[in-house]
Structure formats: C-alpha cells, structure tokens
Design a protein around this ligand. Structure first.
Ligand SMILES: CCCCCCCCCCCCC[C@@H](O)CC(=O)SCCNC(=O)CCNC(=O)[C@H](O)C(C)(C)COP(=O)(O)OP(=O)(O)OC[C@H]1O[C@@H](n2cnc3c(N)ncnc32)[C@H](O)[C@@H]1OP(=O)(O)O
Length: 242
C-alpha cells in the first residue's frame, strides 16, 4: 500500500502533468471564451432590467432579447466540444444534456411558439439561467486567471441548489403552456399519408421531453452536488467514465 508521502508525490506529478498539458493556447482560448460568455449573459441581464424598468411589464421582454439569447445559448455548444477534446475535465454527457436541453428550450419552444413568450414561466427560466451563467462563466474566468474571489466560488457551488429546481419548474411550465398551441397548429408534425411514410407528432415529442426530466434532472443535480463537495469541501470524488 502506498504511503501518504508517496501519495503526495504521485499527486504532485499528476498536477504537474495536468498543468503542462493545458497549453498556453488552450488557456488563452478558454479565457477568451469565458469572458465572451460572461459578457454575453451580462448584456442579457442588463437588457432585461432595462426593458422591465422602461416598460413596467414583462410582456414583450422575451421578444426583445430573443436574438441575443439564441446566439449565446447556442454558442454554449462549444462547451461540448471542449469536453470531447479533453481541454476541460467535464463529462461530455452531462454537458451535452445540459446544453442541448437549453438549446431545445430556446429554439423549439420559446422562440417557435410565440403564444407562450409572455408567460411568467419563460421569464422565470430566463432570469434563473442568466444568474447561473454570469456566475458560472465568471467563476471559470477568474479561476483561469488564478484570481478567484471566494464569493464567486461559493456562489457557483451554492446558487444552483435553489436555481436548478427553479429553472426546471420554469422550463416545464413553459412546455406545458405550449402544448395546446402545438396540438392546435400541428407544428413540426408530419401526418400520414405522406411521401416519406413517416409520422411525427411534436405534441407527443414535447410530452416525452417533459417526462425525460424525471430521470435526467436528478443526475445533473447530483453531479453538481458532488462537484460542490469536491470544490468546497475538498472531498475526493471518483467519477464513473462516460
Ligand atoms: C434535444 C432534446 C433534449 C431534451 C432533454 C431533456 C431534458 C433533460 C433535463 C435537463 C434539465 C436541465 C435543466 C436546466 O436547463 C435548468 C437550469 O440550468 S436552471 C439554472 C441552474 N443551472 C445550473 O446551475 C447548472 C449547473 N450545471 C452545470 O453547471 C452543469 O451541469 C455543467 C454545465 C455541465 C457543468 O458541470 P461541470 O462538471 O463542468 O462542473 P464544473 O463547473 O465544476 O467544472 C468541472 C471542471 O471543468 C472546468 N471547466 C468546465 N468548463 C470550463 C470552461 N468553460 N472553462 C474553463 N474550465 C472549465 C472547471 O473549472 C472544473 O475544473 P476543475 O476540475 O479543475 O475544478
């Protein structure tokens, strides 16, 4: 059995290797990416606040920020690439599910179904996502710059405890509100007979998406709780491979 001194040496070697591998170019790219994303979500936050202060209502807010939201949320796909090529130590599956479900919400629910854009639930997930992303990307930026204020680290690994469930409630209520419009319009659906001989009903697809939160969300939430224990309490967590 290895002594604690040997453990220390192995750990040191691993850390040195890790540092060497993360080349200057990678660090520069990640820093640029995280600054750009922090700025993007800050712009969204300011736009939402300005809209609300000026108009005194949330009606029309989604429409006013939709383009910026679509751009920055879609750009998050790059993160799946970061995991896939191994420049960040994160699971491709966890990141993929998180990013794809958000992109789905933005493009195929909130932006496609105009009738729900003024629902309070849409504003709920928008506000929750914005707070989360400003915290998350500024955490990564400060960490890369080796100047991480404790309150940002604390916020990154505590806010999600409340924000994650709130975001899920906002997303699920928004999809639920969309169901009658999707059923009535038959949007994104293909009925038989058609030349491809394929039938697809977006209404049922949305119901399946809602149901898929039941097995998937707890896995994301528990992943974050493990990250929290690792980062804030220094616990050694053995993650399963993807
Ligand atoms: C196509 C149809 C799809 C249908 C899907 C159906 C539904 C599925 C259910 C999904 C529910 C999702 C709901 C959700 O949208 C609601 C909300 O988001 S509400 C808002 C609250 N949300 C959160 O707080 C999100 C929290 N979750 C996460 O942050 C993530 O799960 C994830 C984005 C994947 C991050 O997890 P990760 O494992 O990366 O955690 P860490 O931040 O601790 O990072 C680990 C290490 O990697 C380094 N890292 C990661 N990214 C970067 C980066 N961009 N730049 C630099 N470094 C990075 C990080 O520093 C850590 O390094 P170290 O190990 O050295 O500490």
């Amino acid at each position: 059995m290895a002594s604690s001194e040997e453990d220390g040496t192995v750990e040191e070697k691993e850390n040195n290797n890790k540092k060497r591998t993360k080349s200057a170019l990678t660090t520069a790219w990640l820093t640029f990416y995280n600054i750009a994303m922090t700025a993007g979500w800050l712009v969204l936050a300011l736009a939402m606040m300005r809209f609300y202060i000026k108009k005194g209502t949330h009606k029309g807010l989604y429409r006013s920020i939709a383009r910026t939201l679509k751009f920055f949320q879609t750009f998050a796909l790059v993160e799946v690439g970061h995991c896939a090529i191994g420049i960040v130590r994160t699971s491709v599956i966890v990141t993929g599910v998180q990013v794809c479900s958000r992109i789905f919400m933005v493009w195929f629910v909130a932006s496609s179904i105009r009738q729900i854009q003024n629902e309070e639930s849409v504003i709920l997930f928008l506000v929750v996502w914005t707070v989360t992303e400003i915290t998350r990307y500024s955490y990564y930026t400060f960490k890369l710059l080796n100047h991480l204020p404790y309150f940002i680290k604390w916020a990154r690994y505590n806010f999600f405890i409340v924000l994650y469930p709130l975001g899920v409630v906002g997303e699920l209520l928004s999809i639920y509100a969309a169901l009658p419009f999707v059923r009535r319009s038959g949007m994104f659906s293909m009925r038989l007979p058609n030349k491809y001989n394929v039938s697809f009903d977006y209404y049922y697809c949305l119901i399946i998406v809602m149901l898929s939160y039941i097995p998937l969300f707890p896995q994301l939430y528990f992943h974050m709780l493990r990250q929290r224990r690792r980062v804030l309490h220094g616990e050694v967590i053995v993650e399963k491979d993807d």
